[in-house]
Design a protein around this ligand. Structure first.
Ligand SMILES: Nc1ncnc2c1ncn2[C@@H]1O[C@H](COP(=O)(O)OP(=O)(O)O)[C@@H](O)[C@H]1O
Ligand SMILES: [Mg+2]
Length: 265
């Protein structure tokens, strides 16, 4: 598969619900192929709304350019050729095995290569299932999985498409520490290997700082900070955006956060 090499430029995006504006004139400097960008911010900041707009699932004004293409003016099926979105809440009661669900995601993809043999698709699906760490569950029904296991299966469905742009909404929210770190490393490795652009919503600031090239802090539908982790996650952001007093300091490849107190909202 060819390495993706186009950048994503989000300019002047506005969106909301029945007249209520949630995001107004939001722009971000270009996101480069191979970059992992974490979108963080308080509950109801507009993170999901922004991701859904970028996925073409929610009407938005403005411009989202991938290379020379304007994504917002593409029909949804064409949009989905370039962008895969993993929603925050996962579908329930699907009577498929993990392997069937991941193969289904390949075959249902608009970029699916119909010439790819069943054997090749099977191998690719198993490879991704193993890389997310649920090889032992490949034949298990999705219905029989725990919340975290289902989240991993859903992630495998998104990753197997190797999209140019991958949008993940809280992909590690149900995972234990081992799998949180494993998924973050896998996502970063795949971004590098494939040139994928990955934009993911996270709540854990230290995990975001450790594994992201860049962090965008969203607050009240606006960009409160944007840059390399140490520039985006600061004492000031803790206080102003999260209403927590504390100190952020560099540590190993990430950041250490010492919490002092909870501030009034
Ligand atoms: N389908 C919807 N209809 C109306 N309002 C919505 C809908 N989805 C989200 N909102 C509102 O939009 C705001 C941002 O929500 P959301 O993007 O889900 O936030 P986040 O993902 O950052 O927690 C919230 O105030 C929420 O109540
Ligand atoms: Mg959300």
């Amino acid at each position: 598969m060819a390495l993706h090499d186009e950048k994503l430029v989000i300019s002047d995006i506005s969106t909301g619900y029945s007249g209520r504006k949630i995001i107004e004139n939001l722009s971000l400097p270009a996101i480069l192929p191979g970059q992992v960008v974490s979108l963080i911010g308080p509950n109801a900041a507009g993170k999901t709304t922004l991701l859904r707009s970028l996925a073409g699932l929610q009407q938005a004004h403005g411009s989202v350019q991938l290379g020379h293409r304007e994504l917002l003016s593409l029909p949804l099926a064409d949009h989905a050729r370039h962008v895969t979105y993993m929603p925050q809440s996962l579908p329930q009661r699907v009577a498929l095995s993990v392997l069937e669900a991941v193969i289904g995601a390949v075959r249902a993809s608009p970029v699916s290569d119909s010439l790819e043999s069943d054997q090749a698709v099977l191998e690719r699906a198993m490879d991704v299932i193993e890389r997310v760490g649920i090889g032992h569950l490949a034949m298990s029904g999705l219905d029989s999985l725990s919340g975290g296991q289902r989240q991993l299966a859903s992630l495998a469905q998104a990753l197997v498409r190797s999209p140019q742009v991958l949008l993940l909404d809280e992909p590690i929210s149900a995972l234990d520490l081992h799998y949180q770190l494993r998924v973050m490393k896998l996502v970063r490795d795949l971004a590098r290997e494939m040139g994928m652009i990955i934009l993911m919503v996270l709540h854990d600031l230290t995990i975001a700082a450790r594994w992201s090239d860049r962090i965008v802090v969203l607050s009240g539908g606006k960009v409160a900070a944007d840059g390399p982790p140490a520039e985006a996650v600061t004492d000031r952001v803790l206080a102003d955006v999260y209403r927590v007093s504390g100190r952020v300091s560099p540590q190993n490849a990430g950041l250490h956060i010492d919490i002092d107190d909870i501030l009034p909202l």
